[in-house]
Design a protein around this ligand. Structure first.
Ligand SMILES: NC(=O)C1=CN([C@@H]2O[C@H](COP(=O)(O)OP(=O)(O)OC[C@H]3O[C@@H](n4cnc5c(N)ncnc54)[C@H](O)[C@@H]3O)[C@@H](O)[C@H]2O)C=CC1
Ligand SMILES: O=C(O)C1=NCCCC1
Length: 300
């Protein structure tokens, strides 16, 4: 990466990143992370400073991938959006990063590994930025017969339906959205459970993406205790996930352990993938954007 620093803004990053190239790179990176080989990935659990007044935090997510020659860090700020604000609740500055796409792509990897092969119904709880990127990658990678969505507010669902290109069933309650669903994605900013085990079909796969602080929840104890729990990072989940810490649920495996073949993918069981987000995901996404950007710049 010699030469002057390149500043690549969100719009250009969106044009350069494609899920079909990003997903295999992330899959490889998750495996490397779980091998705990320092020549592959050095990535501490993120350092955070709480922003109590804004119900959020600022986080630092450094990562070094020696064998790949990738050194990357992200500053991420997450806060409660004020009513009427158009600003996203998660804002980040990374050396070449798209935070939304990489989170959704990792959830899609969890579904690829853990959902039942005949999955027909996808339910998404929440209708913000993450909901949109999850809709995009899940409908690109899989063929669901129905996609349901639920938001606390009617405007949220309306905005979501206008933003996506395919059909969506809008549900009036979280329960209505998830009953009978094969795959459930929780992408809310809530701090109390929004998804309850008694609603979840046995054998369903849940990608739990919100609730990234030790005292925040999206899932109730029943679900956390009944399901087999996977995480992106075991240490991350035990440090940051209220759903894991407060329920006392065991983390069965990292996604990377499944990719490496050291832990099984228990598709027939109800599974939860607890996503917290990792620096290594930013590093490989950033590298992919940079490679694409450089290739395009060389041509022109
Ligand atoms: N695991 C990861 O790698 C990442 C996780 N996140 C998390 O994903 C979640 C969603 O992020 P964005 O889509 O960017 O946020 P957003 O602000 O764009 O959307 C949040 C959604 O949650 C809903 N919501 C807020 N409070 C709620 C409540 N009490 N009950 C039910 N719904 C509620 C809002 O109506 C909205 O639909 C956040 O918790 C964020 O921290 C974000 C980025 C990466
Ligand atoms: O990994 C990230 O980036 C984030 N994770 C949790 C919420 C803020 C952003």
């Amino acid at each position: 990466m010699a030469g002057p620093p390149a500043v690549i803004w969100k719009r250009e990053v969106e044009g350069l990143l494609r899920y079909r190239e990003l997903v295999p790179r992330l899959e490889e990176a998750l495996g490397k992370f779980s091998s705990r080989d320092p020549a592959e990935v050095i990535q501490p659990v993120r350092t955070t400073v709480p922003l109590q007044k804004h119900h959020g935090f600022i986080g630092l997510m450094p990562t070094y991938m020696e064998n790949k020659g990738v050194l990357c860090t992200k500053f991420v700020c997450f806060y409660k959006r004020e009513d009427g604000s158009n600003l996203p609740s998660t804002q980040a500055t990374v050396v070449l990063l798209d935070p939304e796409m990489r989170t959704a792509a990792v959830s899609a990897i969890s579904a690829k590994l853990l959902m039942c092969p005949e999955a027909e119904v996808l339910a998404i709880l929440g209708t913000g930025a993450q909901a949109l990127s999850h809709y995009n990658v899940f409908t690109e990678m899989f063929s669901f017969k129905e996609v349901r969505v639920w938001s606390r507010t009617g405007e949220g669902s309306e905005r979501f339906c206008r933003s996506v290109s395919g059909p969506v069933t809008v549900c009036v309650s979280a329960e209505e959205a998830v009953r009978g669903a094969d795959v459930i994605v929780t992408v809310t900013r809530c701090t109390e459970p929004v998804l309850f085990g008694q609603w979840v079909k046995p054998g369903a796969h849940v990608a739990a993406v919100g609730a990234c602080r030790p005292n925040w929840r999206e899932l109730d104890d029943v679900l956390m205790k009944e399901a087999v729990v996977y995480a992106d990072s075991r240490e991350g989940a035990l440090t940051e996930s209220g759903d894991v810490i407060l329920s006392g649920a065991e983390v069965f495996a990292e996604l990377g352990d499944v990719i490496n073949g050291t832990k099984p993918a228990l598709r027939e069981k109800t599974t939860v993938f607890k996503s917290l987000g990792m620096g290594v995901e930013d590093a490989v996404s950033a590298q992919l954007v940079f490679d694409q950007w450089e290739a395009k710049s060389c041509k022109s």
